[in-house]
Write a protein that binds this ligand. Structure first.
Ligand SMILES: [Zn+2]
Length: 305
């Protein structure tokens, strides 16, 4: 394990310890065994699950994080490898519709022929967004660390770039979905992605909202009080940055990016599913709570033109 001595968002040196519990406590051990299906073969005595909050930008983060060798072990060996089948088994029409709405919004925003839009799916996972953008005719490529996912993306025709050597000033749009909560240096990464955008380009950052989980943990002062859904946004080892709307917005400002307030007309024009009562309600409400009175951790940031 490594100690993060400065804020991973803004590099500020001043932080407050919010919470600390030994990593081998009964509650955390129970969670790790269940979450990784008994594949955890390490002794964590002497290390803590430790949450700190930066006094400068307000980001809450895990102060003790896995060293590179342990990270590799977690992502390659502990996590189940059958996720691609799981995505296909779990996703319904509304999930794909929502992806389509995001791609349509991107195209509405730039008002360019889809083939003229250069897009990057950064940390693409099983390349769901990249495939959707490709289906709409965009010039899309991806970057990802996992070899098995890279092979899959190439097999479905998505070009894959080296994440550490991205071109400068290249993209109209960069998609990141459930990426920034995992990064050891999210502030540096958002600055790098910002430089890869053209002037006026947009990067989407979507991460779990940790506000509720943080409140619950800091109220109960015990990991044992958390349910599965509470643990997810602040999961030990994996979700090492616990964003709220405010700290994510601060991350964007620190990277020299501006919060984009998308036009409601363009958001509504990019969504379908209106005739189904359940999805229509979501379709109606989401643009308002997410982008008009934003408190959420799904943010479009724009590089100043
Ligand atoms: Zn900070």
């Amino acid at each position: 394990m490594l100690k993060r001595e400065r804020c991973p968002g803004c590099h500020g040196q001043a932080s407050t310890t919010l919470y600390r519990e030994p990593l081998d406590s009964p509650a955390i051990t129970r969670y790790l065994l269940a979450h990784y299906q008994q594949r955890v073969a390490r002794d964590f005595s002497g290390y803590d699950y430790e949450l700190a909050r930066c006094r400068h930008c307000g980001l809450a983060y895990q102060a003790q994080v896995p060293a590179p060798a342990l990270l590799e072990e977690i992502y390659d060996q502990w996590l189940p490898a059958t996720e691609r089948a799981l995505v296909a088994a779990r996703w319904g029409l509304d999930d794909y519709r929502y992806l389509a709405a995001q791609v349509e919004f991107m195209l509405e925003h730039f008002r360019l022929r889809p083939g003229a839009v250069k897009a990057l799916d950064f940390g693409f996972g099983w390349a769901e967004w990249a495939k959707m953008a490709g289906a709409y005719g965009c010039d899309v490529c991806g970057a990802e660390l996992s070899e098995v996912r890279i092979d899959y993306a190439r097999s479905v025709g998505i070009p894959v770039l080296d994440a550490s050597a991205l071109p400068q000033g290249e993209y109209h749009f960069i998609n990141t979905e459930q990426v920034f909560e995992h990064l050891l240096e999210p502030g540096d990464m958002l600055r790098r992605l910002g430089r890869s955008l053209r002037p006026g380009g947009v990067v989407k950052v979507s991460v779990p909202d940790a506000a509720h989980s943080l409140r619950k943990l800091l109220g109960a002062r015990s990991f044992a009080a958390l349910g599965e859904a509470d643990i997810m946004p602040i999961a030990p080892f994996e979700h090492v940055n616990a964003f709220t709307h405010a700290s994510l917005a601060a991350l964007g400002r620190g990277a020299g990016l501006a919060l984009l307030r998308p036009s409601l007309r363009k958001l509504y024009n990019s969504s379908s599913g209106w005739m189904n009562p359940k999805s229509a309600l979501k379709t109606l409400a989401r643009p308002v709570y997410r982008h008009i009175y934003p408190r959420s951790t799904f943010i479009y940031f724009a590089r100043p033109a």
